[in-house]
Ligand binder design. Structure first.
Ligand code: IMP
Length: 205
C-alpha cells in the first residue's frame, strides 16, 4: 500500500533523568513515537506520589503530566520489595530512611532491618510498573521484576540506590558490579519496558 511517512506521536516521559529517558527511547525506537523529556516543558510542579502501590503511583504520574503537558505520557514507578520485611521498603524505597535520605542512608537502614535475618531468608526483588496515558483512553500498564538477595555488606561501585546490596546468584554479582547495558538487559525496568513496547506496538497499529 502506498502512503507517506507516518507522523510520529509525541510522548512525554515523566522524568528529567537523561539516563532513564535514553533507556526508554531505545526500548521504543521501533515505534512511531517521538520521546520527549519533561525537562522540555519548563517548570511543572512535581506530581504528588501518594499511591499505596507502584501501579497507583505510575498512574498518578502519567495522568498528571499528560494533563499538564497536553501530550501522551509514559510514567514509571519502581522500588525494592524485601520478603523478610513484608515487601518494604516498596513505594517508600527512595525515602526509606526519611524524606531527604540519600542512598547510603537507605542502604544502612536496610542492613539494620535485616541484621538478624539469615542469608537464605534475604530474598528480594526490584519491581517496576509503567503506565501510558493518552487522552481519555484507558491507560496501558506493564510491569517487570528482577529477583535477587540482599547481601550483608555493600559490593561494587556502579549503579545507584540499593544496587550494591542487591546480589543476583546466577551472575554471582551485585547490580553495582555489572555494566549498565547488562543491567538494562536483566533489570525490572528493562523487563517492564519490553512488555510496554509490545503493548504500545498493538496500540499504534
Ligand atoms: P524510581 O521510581 O525510579 O524513582 O525509584 C524509586 C527508588 O527505588 C529509587 O530511589 C531507589 O532507591 C529504588 N530503585 C529503583 N530502581 C532501582 C535500581 O535499579 N537499583 C537500585 N535502586 C533502585
Amino acid at each position: 500500500m502506498e502512503g507517506g511517512p507516518r507522523a510520529l506521536k509525541e510522548i512525554v516521559i515523566a522524568s528529567k533523568n537523561t539516563g532513564k529517558i535514553a533507556e526508554i527511547a531505545a526500548a521504543l525506537k521501533h515505534l512511531p513515537v517521538k520521546v520527549l523529556s519533561l525537562a522540555e516543558f519548563g517548570e511543572i510542579p512535581e506530581a504528588v506520589e501518594d499511591g499505596a502501590t507502584f501501579l497507583e503511583n505510575a498512574l498518578i504520574k502519567a495522568r498528571y503530566y499528560a494533563a499538564r503537558t497536553g501530550k501522551a505520557c509514559l510514567a514509571d514507578d519502581s522500588g525494592l520489595e524485601v520478603d523478610a520485611l513484608q515487601g518494604a521498603p516498596g513505594v517508600y524505597s527512595a525515602r526509606y530512611a526519611g524524606e531527604n535520605a540519600i542512598d547510603a542512608d537507605n542502604n544502612r537502614k536496610l542492613l539494620a532491618a535485616l541484621s538478624h535475618v539469615q542469608p537464605a531468608e534475604r530474598t528480594a526483588r526490584f519491581r517496576c510498573v509503567l503506565a501510558f496515558v493518552d487522552d481519555q483512553k484507558p491507560a496501558i500498564t506493564a510491569d517487570g521484576t528482577c529477583e535477587g538477595v540482599i547481601l550483608e555488606e555493600l559490593r561494587g561501585a556502579g549503579g545507584f540506590g540499593y544496587d550494591p546490596l542487591f546480589y543476583i546468584p546466577d551472575l554471582d554479582r551485585t547490580l553495582a558490579e555489572i555494566a549498565l547495558a547488562e543491567k538494562n538487559a536483566i533489570s525490572h525496568r528493562g523487563a517492564a519496558l519490553r512488555n510496554m513496547a509490545v503493548r504500545l506496538q498493538e496500540y499504534f497499529r
